[in-house]
Design a protein. Sequence first.
Length: 266
Amino acid sequence: MAKAASVCAAFGYDEININCGCPSPRVKEGSFGAVLMLEPLTVARIAERMRESAGGVPVTVKCRLGVDDHDSYEELNNFINVVAKSGVNHFIIHARKAYLQGLNPKENRTVPPLKYDWVYRLAEDFPSLQFSLNGGLQSIEQMKEAVAEDRKLAGCMIGRVAYNDPWMMGRIDREMFGEKGCELSRREVLLKYAEAVEQKDGVCNSVVVKPIMNLFTGEKDSNKYRRFLGTKVREEKYKGDAKLLIEDAVEVFTQCNPTAANKVHD
């Protein structure tokens, strides 16, 4: 982990995160992910070595509220207290416990109940540390509520919603921070993306299209755009030419719904 931190730092990353929240069936055997919450001293030692190797790049920890039967607030509090002694001062909390037995990873993202109040309580109990809330945030309105001043949180983290509705991301700067947001239409975004993709060698088309599959979520005829990408991605015509694939997908959707294709955020 220390060596990995050194490599990441050399690439210029702003932050290096230790994932202590993944509930994959493999984590128990491999001693990584959520099972690490049962070993706070181990996490602290890992974090300390990583910080030594990271050249000043912040090392943070993402975790759950607990694991299986080890799910009391006192155990969570102890985990934070022990790990913080390594110098980690920012924790991203997925506000659910993890079940390493009985639930698969997908179910672990939705079945265990959310307990945002535990995260707010951590912020009260550890005023010198930073906490960000993760889990269940589906809208900008929910994000605003999560980071309201009285919550005393450093921020929030979103995951699946950024993939399921990436166009929403263009409103976040303006609506949450009062800064200028995205002033491009989705058509313009995709054409710029296609230009960027052309500069990358050896990236398969399926990888290229995954981040843009849901760019027209909620718009009429978005299924035609997704179907085009999904069915054409492996066609010989587009092999080695992701730029053409994206450009043709843009034209397909623009013909179906030019208003949505060329609309910018309000």
